[in-house]
Design a binder for this molecule. Structure first.
Ligand code: ATP
Ligand code: MG
Length: 414
């Protein structure tokens, strides 16, 4: 099928809005005789008027050929093999054109069969995600009708949604994510497939589901996303032990936390908090209720070790049946929640001493405390005091408490 081409005048993407490093990767591939386009989320974001978070590049070069061109490149992935090119500490994903079978509804375990550029976009999930941007001609190449759908604010599957969701049920979570993030309206057939195939997500890898879930918490549209999950029965499927709390008053407190985070990311353009802080937003309100129930009549001081244990057990219980939180996020989130009881102990103390503990990533604990002050302004003076002592502590111990840098870009599966 011939592709439709949209000129700059029609798509209105300004090339100056594109990350120069992404353009450099495209140009280097092109200078070496390969085809290369911007594809996926970045083209969608630019077309819809959002700033892309990251850039994916599609090419006819094989992963090994990409590696030979870029000294800073390494090949990652098994299910989906592709090249990571690192420039100025940012990672650009370069994937080779590949084909998929949009008629076969069996679960995809491995997606490494090379194909043409047209085949490459047709195996993608939604039409708005199936567009190429050609930097040389500054045109959008559209094999799937994504530009027209974007204009109509429509989210539509490439191919038959029943087949595409069975092939890869994570696409259903992605549907809810794009609906939440961009307010795109899913077409009717897709919504029917979503309803019918909801429990298929349990066949997907927990790591991929967790990744999509956490990315949404970081997206600035976490409230809308969770409401979407609830509305379509996915909260119950993905987080069966957490879902019942959304039928109780604690739901509102969880939404209040997430709302504050969304606002910081969107209105104040702050970087998303670490994932452990986001997990704490979901669990801490429930932990607070639980500790209150257990210890409200406790005559003595409650040991922080006990709180740590409760926080740990609760987080595992609420997250793990399907998504399985990673050990690292778990440890950090539990540390954050426990430390809140250092800031505001269950039993009020006469005089609180702001002694900065050795808790790893104490900055994250304080960050979560800051979120609490936005919901409970009465805590602000106390927060400021801890913040002051922490800044002083950092000056005296410059090497401590630097959260470890994320190692490049997290892998997702496509
Ligand atoms: P985000 O802004 O959250 O990164 P994205 O659309 O860029 O959203 P990625 O996971 O970065 O999502 O994937 C890049 C592109 O790869 C998508 O835009 C889409 O074209 C394709 N893709 C990703 N996941 C799938 C999938 N499960 N099935 C088919 N295509 C996919
Ligand atoms: Mg992306």
């Amino acid at each position: 099928m011939a592709a439709k081409k949209y000129t700059k005048k029609q798509h209105k993407i300004n090339i100056d809005d594109i990350d120069p490093n992404a353009l450099e990767v495209l140009e280097t591939l092109q200078e070496n005789g390969f085809k290369a386009y911007l594809v996926g989320g970045s083209v969608r974001d630019l077309l819809l008027g959002y700033a892309p978070k990251d850039y994916d590049i599609s090419t006819d070069a094989l992963p090994e050929e990409v590696r030979d061109i870029f000294p800073s490149c390494f090949i990652v992935g098994k299910r989906f093999r592709l090249a990571h090119v690192r420039i100025n500490r940012k990672v650009y994903e370069v994937s080779t054109f590949r084909k998929g079978d949009n008629e076969d509804d069996t679960l995809i375990y491995n997606d490494n069969e090379w194909g043409t550029e047209e085949e490459d976009v047709k195996r993608r999930d939604f039409t708005v995600n199936g567009l190429f941007y050609d930097n040389q001609k500054q045109v959008i190449i559209d094999y799937v009708g994504g530009v027209e759908d974007a204009k109509k604010n429509l989210l539509r599957c490439i191919g038959n949604p029943y087949i595409r969701f069975k092939q890869d049920p994570v696409r259903m979570i992605r549907l809810l994510k794009f609906r939440a993030r961009f307010g795109l309206v899913p077409d009717e057939e897709m919504l029917e497939a979503l309803f019918a195939l909801r429990t298929e997500v349990l066949k997907s890898s927990p790591a991929r589901l967790l990744e999509e879930f956490l990315r949404m918490l970081e997206s600035g549209a976490s409230v809308a996303f969770l409401k979407n999950l609830q509305e379509h029965g996915f909260l119950q499927t993905l987080l069966p032990n957490l879902a019942p709390y959304f039928e109780t008053p604690v739901e509102q407190t969880i939404y209040n936390y997430l709302h504050v985070v969304d606002r910081l990311i969107t209105a104040e353009r702050k970087r998303p908090p670490r994932r452990s802080v986001l997990v704490a937003c979901l669990i801490y309100p429930i932990l607070q209720e639980r500790l209150h129930e257990i210890y409200q009549r406790a005559p003595k001081k409650v040991h922080l070790g006990k709180i740590h244990q409760e926080a740990n057990d609760l987080t595992i219980d609420l997250f793990n049946p399907v998504l399985r939180i990673t050990k690292k996020i778990l440890a950090e989130a539990v540390g954050i929640m426990q430390t809140q009881y250092r800031f505001t102990p269950l039993q009020k103390k006469k005089k609180l001493v702001c002694k900065i503990p050795n808790t790893p990533n104490f900055g994250c604990c304080l960050k979560f405390f800051m979120l609490r002050t936005l919901l409970e302004p009465g805590l602000t003076d106390l927060y400021n005091e801890w913040h002051y002592y922490y800044e002083k502590h950092k000056k005296n111990n410059p090497r401590e408490d630097k959260p470890r840098k994320r190692n490049g870009r997290r892998r997702k599966d496509s």
